[in-house]
Design a protein around this ligand. Structure first.
Ligand code: RP5
Length: 162
């Protein structure tokens, strides 16, 4: 069985369409992941247990997405030394600027690698997690290089007149 190294956590089921972008990238790169709903506000005990057990369970990177008062990534960074990549989920009320500001301004000592708001940020979180894991995994490093080269090759030199 493939060892799960990336934990994708989110504050709500409603975050999954965004966070699935990270999972899809990890699938493309052959990185095993798990996804859990872990809310800083609604399930604080679940958050605590997930952070407490993360290292012992063999996780190496945590991707945490939340929207609004998005305390999940920061609280997870407080509970585990694993790298935490934060994804500000886009909100209706404030377009995700609330999520971004809630995640990005961590106090010294407890970093969260904060991505862009929304789907692009979630996809980049998957790529960032793969980049971290590729430091110890030459096969993954090669797949990531190929993925990047393919993206680059897909960009036309000239714009189309649609
Ligand atoms: C946050 O509140 C979640 O991360 C989500 O982005 C937002 C709204 O959650 P729901 O009301 O849709 O469950 O905790």
């Amino acid at each position: 069985m493939t060892e799960v190294k990336v934990g994708i956590i989110m504050g709500s089921q409603s975050d999954w369409p965004t966070m699935k972008e990270a999972a899809d990238i990890l699938d493309e790169l052959g990185v095993a992941w798990e996804a859990r709903i872990v809310s800083a506000h609604r399930t604080p005990d679940r958050l605590w247990a997930y952070g407490r057990d993360a290292v012992g369970r063999g996780l190496q990177v945590i991707i945490a997405g939340a929207g609004g008062a998005a305390h999940l990534p920061g609280m997870m960074a407080s509970k585990t030394r694993l790298p935490v990549i934060g994804v500000p989920v886009q909100t209706k009320a404030l377009s995700g600027v609330d999520s971004l500001y809630s995640i990005v301004q961590m106090p010294r000592g407890y970093p969260v690698a904060t991505m862009a708001i929304g789907a692009a940020g979630a996809a980049n979180a998957g790529l960032m997690a793969a980049g971290i894991l590729s430091l110890q995994d030459s096969g993954l490093a090669a797949r990531l290089d190929d993925w990047r080269a393919a993206l680059s090759a897909s960009i036309p030199e000239e714009p189309r007149n649609d």
